[in-house]
Design a protein around this ligand. Structure first.
Ligand code: MV4
Length: 448
């Protein structure tokens, strides 16, 4: 096992990783930007090293700075968390060349799955269902029109370097397709330095269902069940739950087997997530694979009892998975609310500032993953996630009741948060029935 790990991240996830390290008896090194000195991850870590100015590109994305910190502190491994450098194949390569273990899959897998179009074709080869669409990236507008003719409108244009919704467009006819393809390509080029785009048939009112994967370095790969992430706004997930309301035991076996099959095809190691779209008839389609720890990993931890971050660390240290697929059980129902420093009554605009009162909920079945405290000043430089409120209960109904109770207890004054938005969701009849799809948040907000 490692004796010292550097956490190349900030916020709640840096705190989460430090907690796992402490319980494993591993010393921790935090890195932080000029404006993050007061952050909880800096206080919790055994050592902390300032790696640069506030701007992410000068600090949390600054590879030379982070590698220097790792060398100075003499760590054996780096945990990248999510976001920032977590899916940067180049960073994983640099770590390797410096004999520092990158806690995640190999650079080759990160690169392959980062190319969303190639990832689709790779999974199609082993028999995973995918949406009808272009076989790879679109070369010109003639090809785009030809593909659309074959699969029928509406179609979705997706940036191959994107994922998670960036650079996506829906087109309903040839004229729009040609113009939106150019917009999407330009947007992708600006955001990722890569304009590649592909086309899929647009699935109406789907659900987003994803499977948590764990793979060790001995060829063992298992899944930890699924999460429903259908409650999203502008491709930002707001609420996740496990199990997924629309997934029956039978469907879980089918989708889970496919998820593991796909991961085995690429010799996947460490934690990963296979994302699917699910339609009303229980048909599912592979969308993309995320090669990182996900924000929403705690709901899977609560229903399976498995600490995913500890598993990641153990796998990277060369340990064998202690679980077989048969030993994995989902018990109860978990839901997570992302508490963002945002004004949900004004387009979810960021709401940085000082927290003047802070009291987090507690009692049975409550978990709060956060990095803020009373008088903490939320910085405008990073994402607005300040806390994840997670509940576990016997079943979905009781999980909703518990979440409502916890949301009522949560006191965060001084800034705007998404707590009120969540209260609205949990009192919504369609959400309570579990019959919602991708347009849920927009519909809910337009009702207001
Ligand atoms: C789709 C889709 C419909 N058809 N792909 C991909 C990234 C994710 N953030 C949203 N994505 C979608 N991809 C095809 N071929 C619909 C969505 C989608 C969505 C999916 C699940 C939950 C909420 C959503 C909101 C908008 C779009």
């Amino acid at each position: 096992m490692f004796s010292k790990i550097l956490i190349a991240n900030r916020g709640e996830i840096a705190v989460r990783i430090i907690r796992a390290c402490k319980e494993l008896g591993i010393k921790t090194v935090a890195v932080y930007s000029d404006v993050d000195g007061d952050s909880l991850h800096v206080q919790y870590a055994d050592e902390a090293i300032c790696i640069g100015p506030a701007s992410s590109k000068d600090s949390y994305l600054n590879i030379p700075s982070i590698i220097s910190a790792a060398e100075i502190a003499d760590v054996e491994a780096i945990h990248p968390g999510y976001g920032f450098l977590a899916e940067n194949a180049h960073f994983a390569e640099i770590c390797k060349s410096c004999q520092i273990k990158f806690i995640g899959p190999s650079p080759e897998i990160i690169r392959l799955m980062g190319n969303k179009s190639e990832a689709l074709q790779t999974m199609k080869k082993v028999g995973l269902p995918i949406m009808p669409g272009s076989k790879g990236i679109i070369k010109n507008k003639e090809e785009a029109v030809e593909v659309a003719k074959k699969i029928g409108y509406p179609v979705m244009i997706k940036a191959s370097a994107g994922g998670g919704g960036k650079g996506m467009r829906i087109a309903h006819n040839d004229g729009k397709l040609v113009s939106l393809l150019m917009t999407a390509q330009a947007e992708a080029n600006a955001a990722f330095g890569n304009s590649d785009a592909y086309i899929e048939k647009y699935l109406q009112e789907p659900k987003h269902v994803e499977f948590q994967i764990l793979g060790d370095n001995f060829g063992n790969i298992i899944h930890l069940g699924e999460r429903d992430c259908t409650v999203q706004r502008r491709h930002q997930k707001l609420i996740e739950e496990s199990p997924a309301p629309a997934v029956t035991d039978e469907l879980r076996v089918k989708m889970g087997n496919m998820a593991v099959k796909g991961a085995k095809q690429v010799n996947y190691t460490n934690a990963g997530t296979m994302e699917f779209l699910l339609d009303k008839n229980g048909k599912f389609y592979f969308m993309e694979m995320n090669t990182r720890l996900q924000v929403e990993h705690p709901i899977t931890e609560l229903v399976t009892g498995i600490d995913i971050v500890k598993e990641q660390i153990k796998i990277s240290a060369g340990e064998k998975l202690q679980y077989t697929q048969d030993s994995i059980q989902q018990r109860g129902w978990a839901i997570e609310c992302r508490i963002n420093a945002e004004d949900s009554e004004n387009k979810f605009l960021p709401s940085p500032g000082v927290i003047t009162d802070y009291h987090s909920p507690g009692g049975p079945g409550i978990r709060v993953d956060s990095y803020v405290y009373n008088s903490y000043s939320i910085q405008p430089f990073y994402d607005s996630l300040i806390s994840k409120l997670i509940v576990l209960a016997e079943d979905r109904k009781q999980a909703i009741e518990r979440m409502q109770r916890a949301l009522d207890e949560y006191i965060i004054n001084g800034i705007k948060t998404t707590i009120d938005f969540h209260k609205l969701v949990f009192s919504d009849p369609a959400f309570q029935k579990g019959v919602i799809s991708t347009d849920f948040v927009e519909n809910l907000l337009s009702k207001e």
